[in-house]
Design a binder for this molecule. Structure first.
Ligand SMILES: C[S@@+](CC[C@H](N)C(=O)[O-])C[C@H]1O[C@@H](n2cnc3c(N)ncnc32)[C@H](O)[C@@H]1O
Length: 256
């Protein structure tokens, strides 16, 4: 077995994270550049270091998870959500069960709260948000962002839902209260069911075809019929019918 394969097995035993479900070339490149930077000659020596050093383990997690995010990422899609998808969902169901899966540092679930607030008071918004990486969840709970994360936020939303703190912007307490964060591995943990809307964007691109296939099925089972899966702007699903979806709009898939 090669150095990388052994590392993949050892990481799975230690953390439950299965790197074999992520595209190999990309993952290997990211991790090789990390261990070389740290001065290790191989994956096996790097693993020994990870096992005994919590900080190094955190750096590894940081490198493997790719946490970039921003508010209103691909803002036209959020317009479609607000003006087309949500009105239909709300016609069918007054209280929506909503999940931001792979939420990173919180920009996505907080955007969701702001978009939902066009249709209802924030006090009745409730969003579940999950990510594999506890470090990003901690940052998400803090809700403090550099200005560049807000580049796509409409001006009136910025005024309404953010406070400036030095060089940073803080999401308002009313917005923060709408989101509950939890650690979850999309590739191994069980999902709840009965969701009206699942937002899962810019993480599936890192997964192998087999892992994606399985995940689309799990998302489909987690939605109520008529519920919607909202994916990232490079993550179009080929043959959505295969998984029990139909296209409602570009990057929005409705459970048939
Ligand atoms: C590029 S960010 C996407 C953030 C946000 N959804 C967006 O579109 O801006 C990818 C996130 O996926 C998370 N992630 C990676 N693998 C995961 C897994 N197996 N289960 C849950 N989250 C995962 C990472 O920790 C990271 O925060």
């Amino acid at each position: 077995m090669g150095d990388y394969e052994q590392f993949v097995g050892a990481i799975k035993r230690k953390t439950g994270i299965d790197l074999a479900l992520y595209k190999e070339a990309q993952m290997k490149r990211r991790l090789t550049s990390l261990y070389e930077k740290k001065g290790y000659p191989s994956f096996s020596t790097f693993f020994d270091a990870l096992s005994s050093n919590k900080e190094m383990m955190n750096e590894f997690l940081d490198r493997m998870t790719i946490n970039v995010s921003e508010f209103y990422r691909n803002s036209k899609r959020w317009d479609v959500l607000e003006k087309k998808i949500l009105p239909r969902l709300l016609k069918e169901n007054k209280r929506l069960k909503v999940w931001s899966a792979a939420c990173s540092t919180g920009e996505e679930p907080y955007t969701l709260a702001m978009v939902l607030s066009a249709h209802m008071p924030l006090s009745s918004v409730s969003i579940q948000a999950t990510d594999l990486d506890l470090n990003v969840i901690q940052k998400a709970k803090l809700g403090l962002y550099p200005e560049r994360s807000l580049a796509e936020v409409p001006e009136e939303i910025k005024k309404k839902h953010f406070q400036k703190e030095g060089a940073f912007f803080k999401t308002s307490e009313e917005v923060k209260r709408t989101v509950s964060f939890k650690r979850q591995n999309l590739l191994s943990d069980r999902f709840e069911s009965g969701y009206d809307l699942i937002v899962c964007r810019n993480v599936m691109i890192y997964f192998t075809e087999e892992a994606k296939d399985e995940l689309y099925r799990k998302f489909n089972a987690a939605l109520r019929s008529g519920g919607v899966l909202f994916v990232g702007s490079t993550e179009q699903i080929f043959n959505p019918e295969r998984y029990g979806f139909e296209v409602e709009d570009t990057f929005f898939y409705k459970k048939v």
